[in-house]
Design a protein around this ligand. Structure first.
Ligand code: GLC
Length: 430
């Protein structure tokens, strides 16, 4: 790629972020996702930090201002009404101001705040310090509400909490969810995007049944822990939380809050211990587990490689996982597919059942780099760069053809371009 092309793409990425800015928060993309989403916002702050650090901090501060008294940070914040989205605030029925959904999303915020804090342009500890206490309450909520028995594994109560909505991992645990009370509803996602790229109706009925369950128990954490029909240890969620606890502990130390640093460290150790229960010797990797029924995901997904992002993977496991990643990559043109490309359930363009996502690539690449696999990490980065440069700033990409899918002008794809995938000066051709 030459310097002119890089400049044009950098500029386009900045335009996408500023165009999706709704005043203090950024929507993932217009039309399809018209509100503030939890992990999208955190990841988007990385892109803003490359040209407007103040705006990056604001993104996170706006997000954290919607934290519940319980500590939970909701997955959507409905700052303004928009009829074009379903399920909206009435379906969630959370009865809060601002109106929010009732579930959470992967806690990448602490990791991103650490990045903003160590940014060369950052003014001082105050903005980070103000967030550390809130992050501690959110992470403690995960421990209390989602791991009440202290096993070291946190549960998700809805596939949407994983951020990887229709991954085949959820098929078996979802099959136990009773949809008889769901009734008629009208989806909005399939009005914006082709139905063959979106989750199928049977899945959507179960998603709505779980929203109905949460609403019926008033989003009470104890009732959810006791009775929610979906209670699954997602490998991705657990990996991301583990990493976030380490980063929170580091941050709390750096801003002079040692009690929080110690608490985060203790939680991180418990999670590290719990994570090993996700190892599957037959599959040679970490997989999600249904904690209600002792079932396990039968296949690896891109989430399995988030074990590297979580921390150090023990050498024997790491070698086997990297070898398997190499096998996956031989079956596709672009890495990393969200699901095993050799599996009959692989679907190259349907959402999380095959496509490549720039943000997951960043996390996997970051983890591989930290675990000493620089070359693999660079391969993933260069594939991400090619996909965006050749196709555009799509929500996700087909790993076989590179075709873009889902929403266009997508904030987190623009952010990943600016903060990670764009070529460095020494990587530019003439
Ligand atoms: C979809 C994705 C989720 C993301 C949201 C907004 O629901 O699965 O991860 O946060 O869109 O981009």
């Amino acid at each position: 790629m030459d310097a002119n092309k890089k400049t044009a793409l950098d500029e386009r990425a900045r335009q996408i972020l500023t165009g999706n800015d709704r005043g203090g928060y950024t929507v993932p993309t217009k039309n399809l996702y018209p509100f503030q989403w939890n992990w999208d916002s955190a990841l988007v702050a990385l892109g803003f930090s490359t040209f407007d650090l103040d705006r990056a901090w604001t993104e996170i501060e706006t997000l954290m201002s919607a934290q519940w008294d319980t500590g939970k940070l909701p997955h959507i914040i409905f700052w303004k009404d928009d009829e074009g989205y379903f399920p909206g605030p009435d379906q969630w029925g959370t009865d809060r101001t601002p109106r929010t959904s009732g579930i959470t999303q992967p806690p990448v915020v602490a990791t991103i705040v650490r990045r903003l804090f160590t940014h060369p342009g950052n003014a001082g500890p105050d903005r980070a310090a103000a967030l550390v206490e809130k992050l501690d309450r959110w992470h403690q909520w995960f421990a209390d509400a989602r791991d009440p028995d202290g096993t070291g594994l946190v549960a998700i109560i809805h596939p949407w909490e994983s951020g990887r909505d229709n991954l085949p991992d959820w098929d078996a645990p979802l099959s136990y969810v009773d949809t008889s009370g769901v009734g008629d509803y009208q989806r909005r996602d399939t009005q914006h995007v082709d139905a063959d790229q979106r989750p199928q109706k049977a899945d959507y009925d179960r998603y709505m049944a779980l929203v109905g369950f949460g609403r019926a128990v008033g989003w009470d954490d104890a009732k959810i822990a006791a009775d929610c029909p979906f209670w699954v240890a997602d490998v991705g969620m657990n990996a991301i939380l583990r990493r976030a606890e380490h980063d929170l502990s580091w941050l709390a130390d750096a801003v002079g809050l040692p009690d929080i640093a110690r608490r985060a460290q203790e939680r991180a150790e418990r999670l590290e211990h719990g994570f090993e229960a996700l190892w599957d010797e037959d599959l040679k990797g970490y997989v999600s587990r249904d904690l209600r029924r002792e079932g396990r995901a039968k296949d690896l997904s891109a989430g399995s490689w988030l074990a590297f992002y979580a921390g150090q993977v023990h050498p024997a496991g790491a070698e086997r996982m990297v070898a398997l990643l190499g096998e996956w990559l031989q079956q596709v043109t672009y890495s990393v597919p969200s699901f095993d490309p050799g599996n009959p359930l692989f679907d190259s363009i349907r959402y999380w059942r095959g496509p490549v996502w720039a943000i997951v690539n960043w996390m996997i690449a970051d983890g591989l780099m930290r675990n000493g696999y620089a070359q693999h990490s660079e391969t993933i980065r260069s594939h991400t760069r090619t996909l965006i440069a050749e196709t555009g700033f799509y929500e996700y990409f087909c790993p076989l053809t590179g075709r873009g899918g889902g929403g266009d002008d997508f904030s987190w794809t623009a952010s990943m371009w600016l903060s990670w995938a764009t070529p460095l000066p020494e990587e530019l051709g003439s």
